[in-house]
Design a binder for this molecule. Structure first.
Ligand SMILES: Nc1ncnc2c1ncn2[C@@H]1O[C@H](COP(=O)(O)OP(=O)(O)OP(=O)(O)O)[C@@H](O)[C@H]1O
Length: 451
């Protein structure tokens, strides 16, 4: 029998993709052979069931693509989601949805096709393994070369100098060198040399003995002592004063240092990794950085490219941060919508990877499930603030987006306003003003609840 909407079961069964149709009550009216194979549910059991009972997908609550397509009257293609089989197995699928129309144009339900992506996902995972070394993610050529040499560099025990703009992953690379080295059972101590005044930095690095100064009641070990047997990471080495540079040179040359207030040198079995976002050669020419120290630390040099120069990494890194924040915040955000990725690919990232990470963290404030859309990005990406935004072909006003975010959060949190403020990161006063401005009315059913 040919179901309403004109889809012939014989033709559908010869299609390799899963196909099903639903009526206005989301009850399944067609379910082809491939759908049976992918879901593990027979056509007999599926027909007449609400589609969410069959697919248990991560978008059934809230971000249903089929619903969006039926409501907008437009097809939606190639969205990646997961469905859950009766065995509990989670299957990655790529889905497309379209409204199902009668010949007179009346919408009578929807049709969805889905493709099993398990094999592709497995292959992608294997490929991604080669794009990942101790949480450093990159497919960029120069980074791939770095991945290749890093294990040998780590084992060599020599001093490493890491150069790169702020936020390019210098500390991450230092950690990988430490973890890949034979010192990995001992600590890696991180020192931000630019953050402390000179005298304090010296006592923090080398420690002091009781009586070294008025407040020194007892001996205090410094960072070098704490890193004994392990690694010290001297970040912002370009900011160290000339006086302290002499003392660092001594540690590197003689492997000893003298704590403040002491006379006897103490042995230091510590590997030094230094990093800077400054141009050390220029500092040497300007006599602001000692040449002999520069030669001592510049034995093995690692240069990290800016994100601007490895834009091919943006999709990988964005995916990585989505996974990380899903894990940290217990969410099920699916990833970036193609139009969001297009916006992020065009941006310059003066703050490099740290800035991309912050952008994704911000998007998690507004996006709770489904895909990260352009309106979830920080204000600077909203191309015409106050004017219309174009999202997936539909036109929204910025105010409409904010209203939708507030309304969605109120409903999600059962109109508990404190919870909404926490979720959206706004004050109670701001929420009150937004409710008034957007004329949001609390439904009758919640009035008697505490808010
Ligand atoms: N290649 C990468 N893959 C995954 N995450 C990265 C990568 N590079 C940097 N990050 C992340 O970006 C953030 C900044 O990295 P990191 O602190 O290592 O940069 P940095 O160059 O040391 O910055 P600064 O010079 O400001 O100290 C961290 O959260 C780090 O985990």
């Amino acid at each position: 029998m040919k179901p309403e909407g004109g889809l012939s079961p014989q033709i559908l069964d010869s299609v390799a993709d899963g196909v099903f149709t639903v009526d206005h009550q989301w009850k399944i009216t067609t379910f082809n052979r491939a759908a049976e194979v992918i879901t593990g549910i027979s056509q007999k059991d599926a027909l007449g069931c609400p589609c969410r009972d069959i697919f248990h997908s991560d978008i059934c609550d809230g971000a249903c693509i089929l619903k969006q397509s039926i409501e907008s009257g437009r097809p939606i293609t190639n969205k990646s989601i997961h469905i859950i089989k009766p065995t509990g197995e989670k299957i990655p699928v790529s889905i497309s949805a379209a409204p199902l129309k009668k010949e007179n144009g009346e919408i009578i339900g929807g049709v969805e096709t889905f493709r099993d992506m398990s094999e592709v996902t497995q292959l992608r995972k294997e490929l991604q393994k080669s794009y990942n070394l101790y949480d450093i993610i990159s497919k960029n050529d120069s980074m791939q070369r770095l991945f290749h040499i890093l294990p040998d560099l780590a084992k060599s025990d020599s001093t490493v100098l890491i150069l790169g703009e702020s936020g390019t992953g210098k500390e991450l690379v230092a950690r990988a060198v430490h973890n890949l080295s034979d010192r990995n059972r001992k600590p890696m101590v991180v020192v931000n040399c630019g953050a402390l005044p000179d005298t304090l930095l010296e006592s923090e690095l080398f420690g002091y003995l009781a009586g070294a100064f008025t407040d020194a009641k007892k001996d205090k070990p410094g960072y070098f002592a704490r890193a004994e047997g392990g690694t010290i990471f001297l970040d912002e080495i370009g900011d160290v004063s000339p006086a302290l540079q002499v003392k660092l040179l001594r540690v590197l040359q003689e492997r000893t240092y003298v704590p403040l207030g002491g006379v006897m040198p103490v042995k230091a079995d510590v590997r030094v990794i230094a990093a800077t976002n400054k141009d050390l050669e220029t500092l040497v020419q300007e006599a602001k950085f000692r040449q002999d120290l520069y030669y001592r630390i510049n034995i093995a040099q690692v240069k990290l490219p800016s994100l601007q120069n490895r834009k091919e990494d943006i999709p990988l890194l964005a995916d990585h941060f989505v996974r990380r924040f899903n894990h940290l915040k217990g969410r099920h955000v699916l990833g970036l919508a193609p139009e969001t990725l297009a916006i992020l690919m065009k941006y310059d990232y003066p703050g490099n990877i740290r800035e991309l990470e912050n952008i994704i963290e911000y998007a998690f404030i507004l996006c709770h499930h489904g895909l990260i859309l352009p309106e979830h990005l920080p204000e600077k990406f909203q191309s015409h603030p106050g004017k219309d935004l174009h999202v997936t072909g539909k036109t929204f006003k910025l105010a409409e987006i904010k209203k939708a975010a507030v309304l969605e959060s109120l409903n999600r949190n059962n109109w508990k306003r404190m919870a909404v403020c926490r979720e959206l990161g706004i004050s109670k006063g701001t929420l009150r003003r937004m409710i008034q401005e957007y004329q949001i009315v609390e439904p009758e059913s919640w009035r008697h609840h505490e808010s």
